[in-house]
Design a protein around this ligand. Structure first.
Ligand SMILES: [Zn+2]
Length: 392
């Protein structure tokens, strides 16, 4: 019993751990970055009141690792905020955006510097992965500070006044890079437009029929999560992707039909739909019956946020469907193999019901077993309070 409490406590610990301060401060629309702090003498804390207005593109003329070592070497007096690796586009961050990296002399106070691994002498060229990762980062920075997406505000090191560097050279494809940054920014604008014109619709609980072997659509995904809730499918089998009516699903439908006294055909038709509706009654209690998307502020959003909070996807419950909720829903969908729309829909609702059920079962399993000889926790122990919250 003590062991299971310790496991529950360890799991809780993971949920409340936070990343390094600079990383945690990044808005959710930033791409993932690895935090590798520069040596203390290679940047200044703060920017002396200057506003961030310009993003500067650099080339390393050296390997990724040599750049990392250079920024970590206190004698270099050099740094950049970010470095993008050539072969896979991985991004490392060395200096918080609120601090001044040493990369462009007198332009340091108002710029954010992005280095790009590039070393043609040793066969390291710019790659598509690198362009795309860097464009996502620039798009996010521009959004964060309201920087216009044009060549006056997204510039090369060589283009700033008073520099003796010539990077980026002719290999850097400005037209391609700016088109990637612009398309990222315009898909964001479409998201906002979609939010303002969004009309909630009624959500399905049980999947609609008929569905048969070979079908491929979101309604199949809903059926699979229905079956997972009732224990006829393993939710872990769905995390790789749902929506395909294959042999696993056919077998699960047959088991469901046998258990409910129907003929086990493996096809999900009208009789199965009717039994599914009754079997799921109560399953979705507390989860809103309408679809939700960015921009809404209402009680239903609070309900979804509460569920996401219980499952460790959100820290705050605000009732407003903003970037934090969008990010939490998106991550939940990714983790569960659901189309990552960022919207609360029928499939997401059913998957939330499944994961909440599993969380409740896990919490119940962590409870002391009656007759267990291990001493009980005192109610004043913080662990006791945490566990009772979990099992409420
Ligand atoms: Zn440079």
């Amino acid at each position: 019993m003590l062991r299971s409490i310790l496991i529950a406590a360890a799991a809780l610990g993971c949920l409340t751990l936070s990343a390094s301060p600079a990383f945690a401060a990044a808005p959710p629309y930033y791409p993932p970055v690895e935090w590798i702090p520069a040596a203390a003498g290679n940047y200044s804390v703060g920017r002396g009141g200057a506003a961030i207005t310009t993003i500067v593109i650099h080339e390393t003329d050296g390997s990724y690792l040599s750049a990392v070592h250079w920024f970590q070497n206190p004698r270099s007096h050099t740094s950049a905020h970010y470095l993008v690796r050539a072969w896979d586009g991985a991004i490392a961050q060395f200096v918080a955006e609120s601090d001044m990296a040493y990369h462009v002399r007198s332009a340091n106070p108002y710029t954010i510097g992005i280095e790009h691994e590039f070393w043609p002498r040793y066969g390291i060229w710019h790659t598509d992965a690198q362009y795309r990762a860097s464009a996502q980062l620039t798009c996010a920075i521009a959004r964060h500070y309201g920087i216009p997406i044009d060549r006056q505000h997204i510039v090369g090191h060589r283009e700033l006044p008073g520099q003796d560097h010539t990077d980026p050279g002719p290999s850097w494809n400005w037209d391609y890079y700016m088109s990637l940054v612009r398309s990222c920014a315009s898909s964001r604008a479409e998201g906002v437009a979609r939010a303002t014109s969004f009309q909630p619709s009624e959500l399905d609980g049980a999947a609609k029929g008929p569905l048969v072997f070979g079908d491929q659509n979101p309604n199949v995904a809903l059926l699979q999560w229905n079956l997972a809730y009732l224990g006829f499918m393993n939710a872990d089998d769905l995390t790789a992707g749902s929506g395909n009516f294959g042999s696993l699903t056919r077998d699960a439908v047959s088991s469901f039909q046998t258990a409910k006294g129907l003929e086990p055909t493996g096809d999900y038709g009208a009789p199965s739909v009717a039994v599914m509706v009754t079997s799921l009654s109560g399953a979705l209690a507390g989860l809103p019956t309408i679809s939700l998307d960015v921009g809404l502020e209402q009680d239903e959003v609070t309900q979804v946020q509460t569920a996401l909070n219980t499952l460790g996807y959100m820290d705050l419950v605000t009732g407003y469907y903003g970037p934090m909720t969008l990010d939490a829903i998106t991550r939940f969908q990714q983790d569960n193999g659901i189309d990552t729309t960022g919207m609360y829909d029928s499939v997401t609702r059913m998957a939330l019901a499944v994961e909440l059920k599993h969380a409740r079962e896990a919490a119940a399993a962590a409870q002391p077993v009656p007759g267990d000889a291990t001493p009980e926790l005192s109610p004043s122990d913080p662990l006791f309070r945490t566990l009772s919250l979990l099992t409420q």
